[in-house]
Design a protein around this ligand. Structure first.
Ligand code: FPP
Ligand code: MG
Ligand code: MG
Length: 382
């Protein structure tokens, strides 16, 4: 992708910081218990897309140049985020050697040496964001009975449901410790709210009001319920971590709101595209099962738009596509309709709003990177 003849590569702009991301995350996840250690680090092995930490780092850099909060004293980042996390007392009692092998006992996170306009606390925020996301994937794959993730067997298949859930909980625990170390109550509150929002979004998805009826009829409410759910399950993490990045950089309130608005609109677009890809891309290319949403009884945007023009879908929604041939029928009706086009158009609208939200930021490479991230959201195939 390019602007004129200058190529914009968002990853290149934060490559130095991204290089240490996975190593630092794995360090945060060390446990003296070998099988917990293995399960907790499992999803850090395959290279994920790391979209969320990249956005946090780009937002940190882009807002570094924006106006500061009036109380800013130039000492934005004096906290020590690297105090070692003590290993579990009970485990080290059982097996004292785990103390010396626990990578957290002499924890020193690695960040690039060179001076950077991205603060250590903002880099740690990027890691926390990825940790929370990964925890939600561990739980999600249990809930969705998924069999693959990032091209490998999912954690629930590799370790079983119980260990996958506990590994997810462990990630949230370590993310919370890292968050507490930032010593910023507003940022702590934001990310704690994200965790609650993820659960609320997942609950809204499980208990869909429309499909609680046998023969639901289409109303605008179906779309607004879907969008509210989508905010909670996907956009909350991106938007609130963008907001937190700006807060850690002592940005003024206009910049903080702009960062939030960028993340919210990008997060909504991101999930709309995700729900489209579930219809249009093969499982082999996605690295996870395709067509999974209908199998799970889920009516996402493409189907909701198709339903608006074809009432037949109502009864299928009503029984969550559980009848013989329902999934194939619903899929065919969606593909015949303009549901996918309407979903793409809505995603495009959110991408435009994301870009507009940061248009007043001072010009910078990082700002161009954020714009490019938004544009690429529409083009992605996995
Ligand atoms: C992926 O969606 C899942 C999420 C974005 C959030 C899932 C949230 C929970 C399971 C609640 C528990 C949360 C925490 C913080 C532990 P998807 O199933 O549509 O995507 P997929 O195709 O990648 O599986
Ligand atoms: Mg899933
Ligand atoms: Mg799911």
């Amino acid at each position: 992708a390019g602007k004129g003849n200058i190529t914009i590569d968002p990853l290149r702009m934060v490559a130095k910081e991204m290089k240490f991301l996975t190593g630092n995350i794995r360090q945060l996840l060390g446990s003296g218990h070998p099988s917990l250690d293995k399960a907790a680090k499992y999803y850090t092995q395959a290279e994920g897309k790391h979209v969320r930490p990249m956005i946090v780092l780009l937002m940190s850099r882009a807002t570094a140049l924006a106006p500061k909060h009036p109380c800013y004293n130039g000492l934005a980042d004096s906290v020590n985020i690297d105090k070692p996390i003590s290993p579990s007392v009970i485990l080290s009692d059982v097996n004292p050697s785990s103390l010396s092998t626990n990578p957290l006992t002499n924890s020193q996170s690695t960040y690039s040496e060179e001076d950077s306009d991205i603060l250590p606390s903002q880099r740690r925020l990027a890691e926390i964001t990825e940790l929370i996301h990964t925890a939600s994937l561990l739980h999600d794959d249990v809930i969705d009975h998924s069999t693959s993730r990032r091209g490998s067997p999912s954690a629930n298949i590799e370790f079983g449901n119980k260990m996958a859930v506990l590994a997810g909980d462990f990630l949230l625990g370590r993310a919370s410790v890292a968050l507490a170390r930032l010593r910023d109550p507003e940022v702590t509150e934001l990310l704690a709210t994200v965790i609650a929002n993820l659960v609320e979004g997942e609950f809204m998805q499980l208990k869909n009001t429309a499909s609680d009826e046998k023969h639901p009829v289409w109303t605008e409410e179906a779309i607004s319920y879907y969008l509210q759910k989508t905010y909670l399950k996907s956009a909350s993490l991106i938007s609130k971590s963008c907001r937190a990045a700006a807060l850690l950089g002592s940005s003024d309130s206009i910049t903080v709101e702009a960062a939030y608005s960028y993340g919210k609109n990008l997060g909504l677009a991101f999930q709309l595209v995700d729900d489209m890809l579930d219809y249009t891309i093969s499982g082999a290319e996605l690295g996870k099962p395709a067509g999974a949403d209908l199998e799970l009884g889920l009516a996402t945007a493409p189907l909701l738009f198709a339903w608006k023009s074809n009432g037949e879908l109502g009864s299928l929604v009503g029984r969550k596509f559980s009848g013989e041939g329902d999934v194939a029928r619903a899929r065919a009706l969606v593909l015949q309709s303009d549901g996918l086009d309407q979903t793409r158009a809505l995603a495009q609208e959110y991408v435009s709003r994301a870009i507009a939200a940061i248009s007043h930021f001072p010009d910078s490479e990082a700002k161009d990177g954020l714009v490019e991230m938004a544009i690429e959201t529409l083009k992605r195939r996995k």
